[in-house]
Design a binder for this molecule. Sequence first.
Ligand code: ZN
Length: 136
Amino acid sequence: MSEAAGKPVPVPDKLTEPFWSGLGEGELRLQRCRSCGHWQFYPRAWCTACASLDLAWERASGRGEVYSYTVIRRHTAPWWVRELPYVVAIVQLEEGPRLMTNVIGSDPDSVRIGQPVLLEPVPAADGTMLPLFKPA
Ligand code: ZN
């Protein structure tokens, strides 16, 4: 992560660039193993199910459900204080992997475990699209 306008922004590298460029095109792209079909997130150089190095990037549905969450009500960094209260959630994607994100677009106190959510890419301060989610 680096910081633009104070708030940390992602720094894509060779391994993660397809993930970030996909979000720039409105798609959630995940690695999928060509040997065993396993979907994985976060990006790695090998399949975490079978250790194959034969991985491809595929478009995921962008659908999932809230696996767990918390509502953040206090923070010390000014760029986060502006967004209080906000939801930090772990979303279970339809394809299997889980990712940590924010659920936006609803009252933070209405978020529930098991709630269906949809990808909602939102620009970071530098324009990089972030994989946030909204209620489905
Ligand atoms: Zn595999």
